[in-house]
Design a protein around this ligand. Structure first.
Ligand SMILES: C[S@@+](CC[C@H](N)C(=O)[O-])C[C@H]1O[C@@H](n2cnc3c(N)ncnc32)[C@H](O)[C@@H]1O
Length: 208
């Protein structure tokens, strides 16, 4: 397996944050009707390496609360709330803009990346860093935080029909949006307590 030259993760993150684009070596793949899409490594990544920014619109607490009231639950999951310099902020990634960070799925048991703050020119950015070596073909995941996320329930997982990737052809973007909406409705019905966006306590500042 060919290894790339080790780049300083902070410099790397700053480069991609400033450029507003995603790194090569990562791809979107359709997983299943239940999980939707996910992000997969196409090249190896080393522990500690910067992978992706969770890009979106940085908004304050008031605007976040307003949008939480207006958005359908299928969009609310793209709102990442966090605390920075003593205030609540949110990165709203509801818009389908082709960026990869917004499509990284949750794994609270064995994630391979961790979300951290990264401050560029005084503004917070949410960046994913590898917490172990990652091989090509692995799905990129992080822990969305302690919450009763509906898909974490084993019962719900078993209830959902899971087609194998060989027999299931990838749907169009319109179909994905429709599937996500119905999936969220189903998840809502099966869980009393749903937290609609990733939580604050999983975040640490880069370098700590
Ligand atoms: C930020 S989006 C991630 C991208 C999403 N899979 C998609 O195709 O748009 C979060 C949503 O993905 C799904 N999701 C994330 N992690 C999951 C998991 N471990 N199992 C099942 N669904 C998951 C849930 O529907 C969740 O509301």
């Amino acid at each position: 397996m060919q290894r790339r030259r080790r780049i300083n993760p902070k410099e790397d993150a700053k480069f991609y944050v400033t450029a507003g684009r995603d790194k090569a070596g990562l791809d979107i793949q359709y997983i299943s009707a239940f999980k939707g899409r996910g992000i997969f490594a196409t090249t190896p990544f080393e522990k500690g390496e910067f992978l992706l920014e969770y890009r979106g619109e940085l908004i304050n607490k008031q605007e976040c609360e307003k949008r939480q009231r207006l958005y359908h639950s299928s969009l609310k999951v793209f709102m990442f709330e966090f605390r920075f310099n003593g205030k609540l902020w949110c990165v709203d990634a509801a818009k389908e803009d082709g960026s990869l960070g917004r499509l990284v799925n949750d794994d609270h048991i064995n994630p391979n990346t961790k979300m951290k703050y990264f401050s560029v020119q005084g503004k917070p950015h949410l960046c994913l860093f590898a917490i172990r070596d990652i091989s090509p073909g692995e799905e990129i995941t992080y822990n969305y935080g302690d919450s009763d996320w509906p898909w974490r329930s084993k019962d719900l997982d078993e209830e959902m029909p899971q087609k194998s990737p060989e027999t299931e052809s990838p749907p169009s973007t319109k179909e994905v949006v429709e599937q996500l909406s119905s999936m969220h409705d189903l998840q809502k019905k099966t869980s009393e307590k749903i937290q609609t966006s990733p939580v604050l306590d999983v975040l640490t500042v880069v370098g700590k």
